[in-house]
Design a protein around this ligand. Structure first.
Ligand code: AMP
Length: 280
């Protein structure tokens, strides 16, 4: 696996390769787990070359304590990527990603995405995501970008960003990989105790309960029963909602037809966990 830390070198290397090879790109913040590797595997199955980036992006942390606590496991990540057959790793510093001579931050008009759910609870988060992903897409010349449905709203943001900057890459949303008990794999799970990891599976169980009992008509009671179960088990809920899959508007009464997704953000043991499940 080739490792690049200098943006210009990687850009030049990939520009040459892209004339004869298809290139898939998996952006990450490291502390890699099987969920990340599933994206690498999907990229490898359809591209000649797979590039992974690891960059813990300070611009997307609205909470500095969360940034400081973010797990960094670079040596182990390199080994895992080599084993997965990743071809190229981009490992930039903050200075390499955000050179001091670049002009003011660009404005990304993300519309409603910035004001609801993750946008509302993490002000500035998606602007920070766009700042990093825009820069990465300028550097990592590629045909296909692989992102996880685990971060449902982020997938919508990245598709919107691709539209805004008018970049010709395919954005491919990949399924969420879960532990055997249903807990969505996440770098943040490392901060949960063993008991916490078991308990956290309740998030998935609640979403599954909703999926199994979904009927057209009023959804309020169904939603509330899940919210109560989580709260009674010690979760502090930011949101647990049933929303339209495309607009993220809350659905209290369902017509039995439109596409729904259950989206959740909740704290357990002071760790903020997010998850979602398409319901129909
Ligand atoms: P992160 O390192 O958390 O920024 O995640 C990097 C990429 O991996 C993002 O596109 C995530 O949505 C994706 N990802 C994270 N967890 C999972 C998972 N459990 N299954 C599939 N993809 C995931």
């Amino acid at each position: 696996m080739k490792i690049f830390t200098v943006a210009a070198n990687l850009q030049q290397y990939l520009t040459e390769l892209a004339t004869t090879k298809t290139i898939g790109f998996v952006p990450t913040m490291g502390a890699l787990h099987s969920g990340h590797i599933s994206l690498i595997d999907i990229s490898k199955s359809t591209n000649n070359i797979t590039v992974c980036s690891i960059f813990v992006n300070p611009a997307q942390f609205n909470n500095s304590a969360d940034f400081e606590k973010y797990p960094i496991t670079t040596e182990a990540d390199i080994e895992v990527l080599k084993e997965a057959g990743c071809d190229v790793l981009f490992l930039p510093s903050v200075a390499e990603m955000y050179p001091s001579d670049t002009k003011d931050d660009k404005i990304y008009e993300l519309g409603f995405l910035e004001h609801v759910f993750e946008g509302k609870y993490r002000p500035g988060h998606f602007k920070g995501v766009c700042k990093a992903v825009h820069r990465l897409l300028d550097i990592v010349i590629c045909h296909n970008v692989y992102i996880g449905q685990k971060d449902y709203q982020q997938c919508m943001v990245i598709k919107k960003l691709a539209e805004i900057i008018d970049i010709k890459v395919n954005i491919i949303v990949c399924p969420t990989l879960r532990a055997a008990n249903g807990l969505a794999l996440s770098s943040r799970n490392q901060r949960l105790s063993t008991i916490g990891k078991e308990k956290a599976a309740l998030i998935y169980q609640c979403m599954e309960f909703i999926q199994q009992h979904l009927k057209s008509g009023n959804l309020t009671m169904l939603k509330q029963s899940a919210q109560i179960a989580l709260t009674n088990d010690g979760f502090k809920i930011d949101y647990f909602e049933i929303v339209h899959a495309n607009t993220l508007s809350v659905v209290d009464v369902w017509d039995g037809d439109s596409k729904l997704v259950c989206i959740v953000a909740a704290y357990l043991e002071d760790v903020r966990l997010i998850d979602n499940l398409p319901l129909n």
